[in-house]
Design a protein around this ligand. Sequence first.
Ligand SMILES: [Zn+2]
Ligand SMILES: [Zn+2]
Length: 272
Amino acid sequence: MPVLCDYHLHSHHSGDSSESMEAIVLAAIEKGLKYICFTEHNDYGYPAENGDDPETFVLNVDSYLYELLALKEKYQDQIEISFGLEIGLSPENIRKNAILAREHEYDFIIASTHFESGIDPYYGNYYTGRTDVEANRAYFGATVQNVKAMQNFDVVGHLDYVMRYAPNPQSYNPSDYMDIWENLFEFLLENEKGIELNTGGLRSSFGSIHPAVPVIKRYREMGGELITIGSDAHKAADVGYALSEATDVLKELGFKYYSVYQNRIAEYKKIL
Ligand SMILES: [Zn+2]
Ligand SMILES: [Zn+2]
């Protein structure tokens, strides 16, 4: 039986989505999900190009929370809705991010890295002038540094996210970067934090879950148990995307539980 959660969801409160929150909730109920968490984007210092607004990913938390509370009550008998945040990290915004994370009573915080050295790979020039391995190592290394500087979060988002924009995703070999991930996992295990399995990569040219299976396997081998599962949906049609595949991967790797959160406390749900 697939897991009954989707813990990575965006609505119109995120700068890159125009979906209504209610459409997302209804899609989740329709798919039989029991636990969902909105994880709206906030990215300070977004390096906008092509005339995009650098404030695109600055979240209006109050209007987001206001709408969420109404839906939480309206659908309380059908689904548990949590109040989450996907906080985009960068070395220049450590203080601002720390304030944002403690300013509201979130249920759950995903710490993600969406850009590095002032370049957002979304715009397509992240790999220019260096090898793929050099670019990936720079990105993954920044992810680890950002997470260590942040501390106030629950899971690290979509670990090999940059592969969504890599020119040659088929040549990606996760074992080339395992030293970086092991360093991260040691930190997470010491600090009782986890990772997420993000099915959004399956909808990109990467064609894989994030992180790639060998990376999740290493996390498990090192003793990692805390894991959340999310579709990274930005529209209702993607809610609960590939949860069966995600469940199969976790079972195969020996995970017994996935996590959902309330008030920043993980609740373990059995994988059936
Ligand atoms: Zn993200
Ligand atoms: Zn996201």
